[in-house]
Design a binder for this molecule. Sequence first.
Ligand SMILES: CC(C)(COP(=O)(O)OP(=O)(O)OC[C@H]1O[C@@H](n2cnc3c(N)ncnc32)[C@H](O)[C@@H]1OP(=O)(O)O)[C@@H](O)C(=O)NCCC(=O)NCCS
Length: 220
Amino acid sequence: MRSDAPACRVRPMKPSDIRQVMEIERQSFPNTWTRTIYDRELKNKLARYLVAYQPLDDSAPVPPEPGIVGFVRRVLRREPLPRERILGLVGLWCMMGEGHIVTIAVRHEHRRRGIGELLLVAILETALEAGQDGVTLEYRASNREARALYEKYGFSQVGLRARYYSDNQEDAVLMSTPPLRSSVYKKLIARRVAEQRSRWGESYPLTGALTRLVTPLASG
Ligand SMILES: CC(C)(COP(=O)(O)OP(=O)(O)OC[C@H]1O[C@@H](n2cnc3c(N)ncnc32)[C@H](O)[C@@H]1OP(=O)(O)O)[C@@H](O)C(=O)NCCC(=O)NCCS
């Protein structure tokens, strides 16, 4: 069992998370959403956003917001200091029974510790709760980490959009899950969650919360 799993939890994103979410996006993507877009997205009834977070205890130093904006904010104390460190985010649009993952990213220094998987499983569960039959997404053709993650969770390629990304003309690969309610797919997810539990220990944060995706293996 690995011991360097961050003790994180998953919950819906709140407006006060946006600053840290934007930090993670800047580390992760060439083009990022603005605060205004996030403010709007958090009010969008068809969208669901989750974050993985680590509570900071009162004695732990709060990581300072970098840059001149952070400096000014610290001096003016216009925003309360965060008591949680946001480690990753994932977003889903629910469109006529088909969920679409619009973003997923993990803070750079916390990658390769299972947080991407955690967020992916949590958003698949959220998609089921929201009545979606399947989930699609697209990623840059050169993004091998993303492809490995999605394949591990049963996504398969369903299309290619040539020169989709305007910054470097890169192709987008489209992927889709099998039907979320199919017993084969639920068994795959349950198996992956069980692997994560034995890898990260009983503290693996999602196990108790997953009812729709994981129950079938446990009971069957
Ligand atoms: C893709 C991303 C979200 C993965 O998050 P992560 O927390 O590092 O991933 P995990 O530790 O949960 O890894 C889960 C699986 O993803 C795959 N994976 C993740 N990082 C990988 C890497 N560097 N190389 C190869 N496979 C990788 C593996 O299949 C891994 O399973 P394994 O540990 O059994 O090998 C993260 O790399 C990221 O934020 N990238 C930048 C943003 C991005 O590209 N998002 C996707 C856009 S569509």
